[in-house]
Design a protein around this ligand. Structure first.
Ligand code: FAD
Ligand code: NAG
Length: 531
């Protein structure tokens, strides 16, 4: 998000705070577009990549297994994914790209029913009938049938919770509690009753506003599409990217149409291959510096025209024309002095997720449930505070190389049978106690073992034989509360009042959405505005 923006002067100095994928992509695109600009990236930790964390474990001496402690897949439909894959192509890393096709078993998903059984999310007529007659189907069929006839709100509302919106459209609360709340666990580790409908279900909210109903809106959209044979189009953001970065437009168009149809993509050696490639490319640019292992503790302005960064080590970096912040609002609030801005930023809470990785060689413990994994809706009793489980081994085994000449499939999976899972816990369930409520690693391993045996009948004895790792991702996911868009507009105004065009905001809290493709696209768009 760029509050107010002019182009950077020749040989300008720019600082980027945070070397997560958001900061690295902003730095990369800016230095490509403006080789005259000096870019300094400031990163608190010794490593780069932020929440993207593909770490290696050894299950036996000399045999490394990659486990993801953060994001692992990219959604094909997001325009930012086209940007990422095309950038990897420009960096000669296209052969590291793998994909899942829509018919793949790895594209099936399960939800946990209140009776602790896994129910498949419908992907065919047969599974649809099974779903609506099952324990999670209550109110879904009738909700869908009546949707076209349900009136919108009597008084226009500027925003409401996603739970409210879904419940109004379906005419009952079951659909939100049993189905949608699980998605909000999976994406935001959040409580659907507290999250903004406008920010997270924007296209649906717009359909209701414009057409009165989602179903009617979708039918209308479908009809208008099938009318004329419309040429496939690149979204404006990608057009701009192709033009400014001098990419081959027909190739980019082709890449985008291909990716759009793919449910997900992944990378050899894990998603960290992307930020790593960016960091290597940045390291080779003479006008870019990456300073790792020293946090930014305070921002200041000198004589109103140049910005400064004070580092934890006591060092001061000065003379910046622009500073790009890519941290969560809570972290940014600690770097500034203006009380009003601090109060505004503190309104956004970022939820904590505990990631529990499991690896077992030689056995496939999820063979009856081959899929992407399962999510837990709020209607489940959920004593373990489990948000969902991802079946990494199933995803890897179904990966296909994106380019024919790419590295062989064997490069993204282990030989033979094995089980690799990631469970995610806590999220909004931890909010009452806060970080003080975090338990020891062994507690979470115990919770996941219990949950997996109850939900899928996996014997605890088999789970005891695998490797377990626990990583608490503290305050990682900013929560989009009801009224978020208005808050963001206000905040942006206040940043301009305080810093003019000298500060811009990137990363999960300030972009189109919380996903990797969203923050990368944002990094590009804002770099383009400044360049
Ligand atoms: C558990 C989990 C799973 C996810 N799964 C997916 C997924 O499968 N697919 C997907 O698309 N997205 C996923 N996401 C979202 C994805 O992780 C984010 O979109 C992305 O990592 C955001 O990158 P960023 O650079 O904006 O922020 P971050 O990764 O948070 O980077 C910010 C950087 O700033 C640094 N920093 C912090 N404070 C300071 C300071 N004071 N000074 C200097 N540096 C500082 C941090 O060390 C960090 O490196 C997931 C997120 C989580 C938490
Ligand atoms: C990344 O993984 C390492 C080791 O596997 C762990 O120590 C570290 O805390 C993780 N970092 C983040 C940001 O998740």
């Amino acid at each position: 998000m760029i509050p107010q923006c002019g182009k950077l002067a020749a040989n300008a100095n720019v600082a980027v705070v945070g070397a997560g994928v958001g900061g690295l992509s902003f730095a990369y695109f800016l230095s490509k577009l403006r080789p005259d600009v000096n870019v300094t990236v400031v990163e608190a930790s010794k490593r780069q990549g932020g929440w993207i964390n593909s770490s290696k474990i050894e299950d036996k001496p000399g045999h490394a297994v990659v486990i993801e402690k953060g994001p692992r897949t990219l959604r094909g439909v997001a325009p930012g994914t086209t940007l990422i894959i095309d950038t990897l192509k420009a960096l000669n890393q296209e052969s590291a790209v793998f994909y899942i096709e829509s018919q793949s078993e790895a594209n099936r998903k399960f939800l946990l029913a209140p009776n602790d059984q896994l129910v498949q999310v419908p992907n065919s007529l047969r599974t649809f009938y099974k779903f609506i007659s099952g324990p999670l189907g209550k109110g879904f069929g009738s909700g869908l049938l009546g949707e076209a006839f349900r009136k919108g709100p009597v008084n226009k509302i500027s925003d409401e919770s996603a739970h409210n919106f879904i419940s109004r459209r379906f005419g009952n609360e079951y659909v939100s509690n049993n189905i949608f709340s699980a998605l909000f666990h999976g994406i935001y580790a959040g409580d659907i009753k507290k999250i903004s409908a406008k920010k997270t279900l924007g296209t649906m909210v717009e359909l209701e506003q414009k057409q009165g109903s989602l179903i009617r809106g979708m039918i209308k959209k479908y009809m208008s599409k099938s009318d004329g044979v419309s040429e496939p189009q690149l979204p404006d953001s990608l057009k701009e990217y192709g033009n400014l970065m001098g990419r081959d437009m027909p190739d980019l168009m082709k890449l985008h149409s291909t990716l759009k149809k793919l449910p997900m993509l992944g990378l050899q050696n894990g998603l960290e291959t992307f930020p790593e490639s960016l960091a290597i490319a940045l390291g080779q640019m003479s006008n870019v510096k990456i300073l790792s292992g020293d946090a930014s503790s305070r921002l200041s302005m000198s004589d109103g025209s140049k910005a400064e960064i004070h580092l934890e080590s006591g060092r001061k970096l000065a003379n910046f024309d622009h500073i790009r912040l890519t941290n969560t609002p809570g972290v940014i609030s600690k770097m500034i002095q203006n009380k009003d801005l601090i109060r505004q930023l503190q309104k956004v809470h970022s939820n904590t997720v505990v990631l529990v990785n499991f690896y077992l060689a030689g056995e496939d413990l999820v063979d009856t449930y081959h899929s992407f994994g399962y999510l837990v809706p709020q209607s489940n009793r959920n004593e373990e505070r489990l948000l969902g489980v991802i079946f990494d081994s199933v995803i890897e085994q179904n990966f296909k190389p994106f380019v024919k000449s790419g590295v062989p499939h064997a490069a993204v999976r282990q030989k033979g049978k094995y089980t690799k899972l990631t469970a995610m816990l806590e999220g909004h369930y931890l909010n009452e106690e806060g970080l003080a409520g975090l338990k020891e690693d062994s507690f979470y391993v115990g919770s996941v073992k219990r949950a997996l045996s109850r939900h899928m009948g996996i014997p605890e004895e088999a789970l005891n034989r695998g490797i377990w790792q626990v990583t608490p991702a503290k305050e990682c996911l900013p929560q989009f509360f009801v009224g978020y868009d208005d808050w963001l507009a206000q905040l942006s105004k206040r940043f301009v009042e305080n810093y003019g065009s000298h500060v811009s905001l990137g990363g999960m809290a300030f972009g189109k959405g919380p996903g990797v493709p969203d923050v990368v696209m944002d990094g590009f768009e804002d770099a383009a505005k400044l360049a």
